[in-house]
Design a protein around this ligand. Structure first.
Ligand SMILES: [Mn+2]
Length: 426
């Protein structure tokens, strides 16, 4: 007889994670964004019940850090209780954000919920469900040893699940906690590895399945695109499918708008309007938090930078025409970044960062350095042409900061995808 069963695997819930600097945004739908991690968790519980899963696996970073009060913990327990009412067991462990040493407040977990030990790998055998769950949580925030090395061999005749909060071999741009290799994991003979820590969904391996579900809800423009959990289908003792399900209630997105050929602000706004309409259609029920990136070429760079404040205001007011769209920021991006990167390619990111920090305090000197280097890229061109008044300290510094950001994004090894996830402390 063939039997098909389902599991729900999620990680990195970061319940009640604050959006840093949210108050600095004018007109931000603060309440929507602040409540997003909770709404996404509720949607996850609904999904588990709807899909009649046999277990829910939560692979660490359930909380963003120490709770300000008990309400984060109580909210979590409320969700676990709903799962208990539906007879669904929950297995969970702690990650770097909710390491045992880090969360001092404690909670009574409902009887359906099993937290795996932080002292040693723990195995729970559920003959009634045909599953064995193995895992160890984080005792401290910075776990640098290979936790998987001490995990037990697979239990015979069971569907074995390994749970672990890890960046694997660190190739994913996250803090290299609980480092291990794919072959360390594969060698244990488990049928499924429920990982956490990396915030984007990824099926790392299929034999056996090693999966990051990604976080449940993006927390900033660094975490764009659909976020949610995976539903794992098991036929007998084999994984027959891993299906990602989006649960995010606020979706972060970069709306890229090429502006080549635009003659003025009006042209730019026409193009942005069309792009925001698409975003709005994609949004469905959820709120789209949009970073608008104006992709300028040599002919339009100075328009994008010089008219920046006016464009920002016009695009924000334009976004009011679309339901469910909020413009987080409007940002010109320069098209010739490769040229820029190549001319400075010999410098290491670290050295550059130090130099940049120093130069930031001396805009006139920075301009000199960049001009001497013969850089012609976007914003720098504007400086050189004297279209930006560097004696206006606010504007000058902001533009310089962004020019350096661009530059670092392309030179610093941890920013290979244009984001700095290390700094984000995932
Ligand atoms: Mn995390």
């Amino acid at each position: 007889m063939t039997s098909t069963r389902r599991l729900l695997h999620a990680a990195d819930l970061h319940l009640d994670s604050p959006l840093l600097g949210l108050s600095a945004y004018e007109n931000a739908p603060a309440e929507d964004i602040r409540g997003a991690t909770r709404r996404a968790f509720e949607a996850m519980v609904d999904l588990a019940i709807e899909e009649q899963v046999i277990a829910v696996l939560l692979a660490g970073d359930l909380f963003d850090g120490e709770w300000r009060d008990y309400s984060s913990g109580m909210f979590f327990v409320k969700g676990l209780r709903r799962l208990r009412e539906a007879d669904i067991p929950v297995f969970l462990l702690r990650g770097n954000h909710d390491a045992e040493s880090h969360i001092t407040r404690t909670l009574e977990l409902p009887s359906n919920t099993r937290e795996l030990s932080t002292a040693r790998p723990e195995s729970v055998h559920r003959e009634d469900l045909g599953i064995s769950v193995h895992g160890q949580g984080f005792a401290q925030r910075r776990v640098m040893e290979n936790l998987a090395a001490a995990y037990p061999e697979a239990a015979g005749g069971m569907f074995n699940i390994g749970m672990l909060h890890t960046a694997l071999d660190g190739a994913y741009g996250h803090d290299p906690y609980a480092p291990c290799t794919v072959s360390d994991l594969a060698g244990l003979g488990y049928q499924y590895w429920a990982l956490g820590h990396v915030h984007s969904h990824k099926v790392v391996e299929r034999e056996p399945h090693i999966v990051f579900p990604g976080n449940l809800q993006g927390r900033s423009v660094r975490e764009t695109g659909p976020k949610g959990c995976v539903i794992v289908e098991i036929t007998d003792t084999t994984v027959s499918s891993v299906r990602p399900v989006a649960l995010d209630v606020v979706r972060w997105t970069r709306v890229k708008v090429p502006i080549s050929g635009c003659r003025d602000r009006h042209d730019v706004c026409d193009r942005v309007g069309a792009a925001l309409r698409n975003a709005s259609e994609e949004a469905g029920e959820r709120l789209m938090a949009c970073r608008v990136e104006l992709e300028a070429d040599a002919a339009t760079q100075s328009l994008a930078w010089r008219e920046r404040d006016a464009l920002d205001a016009e695009i924000r007011s334009l976004s009011g025409d679309f339901d469910q769209v909020w413009v987080e920021k409007v940002r010109p991006v320069t098209a010739e970044r490769e040229v820029l990167a190549a001319s400075l390619g010999s410098a290491t990111g670290e050295a550059l960062h130090a130099a940049a920090t120093e130069l930031m305090n001396d805009p006139a000197r920075l301009r000199e350095v960049l001009t001497d280097a013969g850089l012609t890229t976007g914003v720098l061109q504007v400086f050189r042409d004297g279209e930006v008044d560097l004696h206006d300290p606010g504007l000058g510094r902001r533009l310089l900061g962004e020019a350096l950001d661009e530059l670092l994004a392309h030179l610093h090894p941890t920013r290979t995808d244009g984001t700095d996830q290390r700094k984000a402390g995932l």
